[in-house]
Design a protein around this ligand. Structure first.
Ligand code: BG6
Ligand code: MG
Length: 219
């Protein structure tokens, strides 16, 4: 029986996935490193430092950077990102999200947030969506990043529910792998071809429908 729906934030609740992309793209341009939207798919759901390492791996000739220089580059990207998220308002909730969350709550099902971002709480506050979530996992307390299931398992434990009774909602391949690793039902939002491991793939958030998902979850 479905007890909780656990959401990713960036690219699911709001389109901050685009802001992460724009900030990485600006940094890549400064460094003269090629960076495409296609390659950016690999960074979705991935932590800041892991993302930086993936980006640097695209350089034509390997850059040898000190730990300190790496931190400076990560800070630079985060500064660009934080400028972009300053502008967020409740109008930036993705289509269908307010209705979907309201429906979940009306059915007595719990709601969790499992975001890999250290900026998650700021974004949720800008969206005025704190009341959506019965739990927001603090990523700084975790040992392992997505695709490790730790973040989804932590959300389930804090909600006091069985992982097998949870649906996870993601827009990233690494996130879908984390959901499946946690033994949860995975709903992906985006292009079908990107999510071979998901249980259900929907083209966008406006298609999230609790009744449909409960049927697929039970089926
Ligand atoms: C994830 C995003 O939610 O958070 C990634 O999908 C991002 O793109 C990661 O790198 C870490 O975010 P932050 O805000 O801590 O740099
Ligand atoms: Mg995401």
């Amino acid at each position: 029986k479905l007890e909780a729906v656990i959401f990713d934030l960036d690219g699911v609740i709001t389109d901050t996935a685009e802001y992460h992309y724009l900030a990485w793209k600006a940094l890549a341009d400064e460094l003269g490193i090629p960076f495409t939207r296609e390659f950016n798919e690999n960074l979705k759901g991935v932590s800041r430092m892991d993302s930086l390492n993936l980006l640097l791996g695209q350089a034509a000739s390997p850059l040898s950077l000190t730990e300190e220089e790496m931190v400076q580059l990560a800070d630079r990207k985060n500064g660009l990102y934080q400028e972009l998220i300053e502008q967020i308002t409740p109008a930036d909730l993705l289509p269908g999200i307010p209705e979907f969350v309201a429906d979940i709550k009306q059915n007595g099902i719990k709601v969790g947030l499992a975001s890999a971002s250290k900026n998650a709480l700021f974004v949720v506050k800008r969206l005025e969506a704190e009341h959506y979530f019965d739990v927001i996992v603090d990523v700084t307390t975790l040992k392992r990043n997505k695709p490790d299931p730790e973040i989804f398992l932590t959300a389930a434990a804090l909600l006091g529910v069985e992982p097998g009774n949870c649906i996870g909602v993601e827009d990233a391949a690494s996130g879908v792998d984390a959901i499946k690793g946690a033994d949860m039902f995975a709903v992906a939002v985006g292009l079908e071809s990107l999510f071979p491991h998901a249980d259900v793939v929907l083209p966008d958030t406006s298609r999230l429908n609790l009744n449909d998902l409960i049927k697929q979850f039970a089926g």
